[in-house]
Write a protein of this length. Structure first.
Length: 300
């Protein structure tokens, strides 16, 4: 008797977006992302906002129904920076578990780094040594094969802490944002000359897609973003108001208030690593998490 393939369902509850992947390892049944802004304001208040929790829980209920409908046999959910930092995280996790059908695990930044590296590099012949950079809403992970460092700076956190949402942004405020990012990222320098630097998650993929008429994951995956182009994007985003940014055809409007913050972090990472280009990957923490569940015997 031929057994049906194991189908896993993995959910990443991030600071800015909530993502779902359902796969059997050979093909994807579902890959979705919804921007809920769960962690906006956590840096200053220490709490998850009730309205953003409500929006996130509603999305998780949809994801739970999709996993049930696709007969997922191995579900797993993780929550990252915003949930780690929030004093009311247990309240949120209780509600998330009820909606999703599995309790999210609040993972460390180091575990984020490990999963992102695995997801981005599995089966891809990058030039060694590989450095994977995952810019999230609340944290940024810089990781090599020997391990990674997680830094509490990301698109949402830098927006909340320095940039705000008033646009255009004055040059002195941009300089302050860069200085804040530099100070925090300094401890994450892997101390190697990278063969390939791979950028994963929504900041990198969104920035690469700005030159496309619509978002196209196939065109984004493994394309390169140069330092010169990124510098132009930072200047352009700093000069636009939020409405103008939201109107960019390839950008999820939910990312409009925080994409400048993410772009600043991206630029400072390139400065830190002294590189001129980043390879952008659509494969990241979600894929690493799925791979861990597809290993015989469960989590790895």
């Amino acid at each position: 008797m031929v057994r049906p393939p194991v189908r896993v369902g993995v959910v990443d509850i991030g600071t800015n977006s909530v993502r779902l992947l359902i796969t059997d390892g050979e093909s994807e049944a579902v890959r979705r992302v919804v921007v809920t802004g769960l962690g906006r304001g956590v840096d200053s208040t220490g709490h998850l906002d009730s309205d953003r929790m409500e929006k996130t829980v509603a999305v998780l209920a949809e994801y739970g129904a999709e996993m049930s409908g696709h007969q997922v046999s191995r579900p797993r959910a993780v929550a990252t920076s915003a949930t780690r930092d929030a004093a009311n995280r247990e309240t949120f996790l209780d509600r998330a578990e009820a909606a999703l059908g599995v309790r999210p695990e609040t993972i460390s930044g180091e575990k984020e780094a490990e999963l992102s590296y695995r997801g981005a590099t599995d089966g891809v012949p990058f030039h060694e040594p590989v450095v994977v950079v995952d810019i999230g809403g609340g944290s940024t992970e810089i990781v090599t094969t020997s391990g990674g460092v997680s830094v509490d700076i990301g698109s949402v956190r830098l927006t909340d802490r320095v940039l705000g949402t008033e646009r255009p942004v004055a040059p002195d405020l941009m300089a302050e944002a860069m200085a804040v990012a530099d100070a925090l990222l300094a401890k994450a320098d892997p101390g190697i000359t990278a063969g390939s630097v791979v950028g994963v998650a929504g900041t990198w993929t969104s920035l690469l897609a700005f030159d496309l008429p619509v978002y196209d994951s196939e065109k984004v995956h493994l394309a390169k973003l140069t330092r010169e182009r990124l510098d132009d994007l930072v200047a352009d985003l700093a000069a636009k108001n939020i409405t103008e940014v939201a109107a960019i055809p390839s950008l999820d409007p939910g990312r409009a208030p925080v994409i400048l913050g993410g772009a600043v972090v991206a630029g400072r990472v390139m400065e830190l690593l002294d590189i001129n280009e980043v390879v952008i990957s659509e494969r990241d923490l979600l894929d690493g998490l799925a791979a861990s569940l597809l290993v015989q015997g469960g989590y790895a």
